[in-house]
Design a protein around this ligand. Structure first.
Ligand code: PHE
Length: 339
């Protein structure tokens, strides 16, 4: 019998073996070894190819290939029906330890922002957002920055085109909110801001702010101080003290900067607070009547306060991070530490 004859016979035998098969793991495995194993029939048929008559080579090759696919397909089918017969408990070893999926974590700045926003929400502030690409009007003009006023130089601006820019602070949301809502309003507005500054360990051209705004009848500076003091104690710790230093922002009058006692050394003086015992955390003040009027709010009837703080700096202080660029490097090893 030449090899081609033999192959044909093998194919017939295979079919009868399948027909007579009693389905068990062992019988399927034996069949697999017999036909597909290293010393199996299929391999034997391929190895004998050179002894086949030249005029039959093509046909023979095709035949053996079809046979091989048939065997592989059938054995796979048998293996699958074996698995289907098993119960889940037989297939899965439920005593094996599980594989923990990799979970992402919140960015440290997101954590800080969420925590801060939550404290104000609990005090009755609503969240408000605004666009990152702003007009000169909302970012400056409506906030009482006159044209060509040197105060505009306080904030180096990325211009998209004339009068269109990347917001340099979250204060434009104040104006948008005052145009949109009637007093009383209490808003907290987290967001990203942009300034055309050289990137270094201490400053970045992208950072974040959280703006607060409260407008109602008879809002006073005492309300501002109380609210900020409550916030500082909740966020930094109940022994923290606050102090307000006079400062200038065109859209508030009077304006102030707020310091908290250093939450690292408790006010004793350390490296972080540069031995002063105090850390600056925000700018604030009473909304300038010009800004109220510009946004259609009667400044005789209403008054309000605004504040703006930098969660990047607060996060750096809180976790002892000494390079702001780490926030933007997407280094998983750094980011994973904040949970
Ligand atoms: N927008 C000011 C800044 O970016 C901060 C600020 C907000 C000051 C609200 C006063 C009131 O510097």
């Amino acid at each position: 019998m030449d090899l081609y004859q033999e192959a044909k016979q093998n194919r017939i035998d295979f079919q009868s073996e399948i027909d007579a098969l009693e389905l068990t793991e062992q019988s399927v495995e034996n069949l697999r070894i017999k036909y597909l194993g290293k010393k199996g029939i299929i391999r034997y048929l391929f190895q004998g190819f050179s002894s086949v008559k030249p005029e039959e080579k093509k046909e023979y090759g095709q035949f053996v290939n079809v046979f091989k696919n048939e065997v592989e397909g059938k054995i796979e089918e048998l293996q699958e029906s074996l698995i289907k017969q098993k119960t889940v408990a037989e297939v899965f070893d439920h005593t094996m330890p599980g594989i923990r999926p990799q979970r992402g974590s919140l960015h440290p700045i997101s954590l800080t922002m969420r925590e801060i926003v939550k404290i104000f929400q609990e005090m009755g502030f609503d969240i408000e957002f605004g666009p990152e690409v702003e007009t000169d009007y909302y970012n400056f003009a409506a906030l009482n920055f006159p044209d060509n006023h040197p105060a505009r130089d306080m904030q180096d601006t990325f211009f998209v085109e004339k009068d269109i820019l990347l917001r340099t602070h979250t204060s434009p949301i104040q104006v948008r909110a005052m145009q949109k809502y009637q007093p009383p309003m209490r808003l907290i507005t987290p967001g990203r801001v942009f300034r055309n500054e050289a990137v270094s360990a201490r400053s970045h051209c992208i950072f974040h702010q959280i703006e607060g705004l409260y407008i109602d009848e008879n809002v006073t500076f005492a309300d501002l101080k109380t609210t900020i003091d409550i916030f500082a104690k909740r966020y930094f710790g109940k022994n923290v003290k606050t102090r307000f230093r006079p400062s200038f922002f065109p859209f508030v009058e009077p304006g102030a900067e707020v310091d908290v006692t250093c939450f690292i050394c408790g006010g004793e003086g350390c490296r972080v607070c540069k031995k002063t015992g105090w850390l600056e955390i925000m700018g604030c003040g009473m909304v300038d009547p010009n800004v109220l009027e510009e946004s259609g709010i009667d400044s005789e009837k209403y008054s309000g306060y605004a504040f703006g703080m930098g969660p990047d700096r607060i996060t750096m202080l809180k976790y002892g991070i000494d390079d702001i660029r780490l926030f933007f490097d997407s280094d998983i090893k750094f980011l994973k530490q904040f949970k």
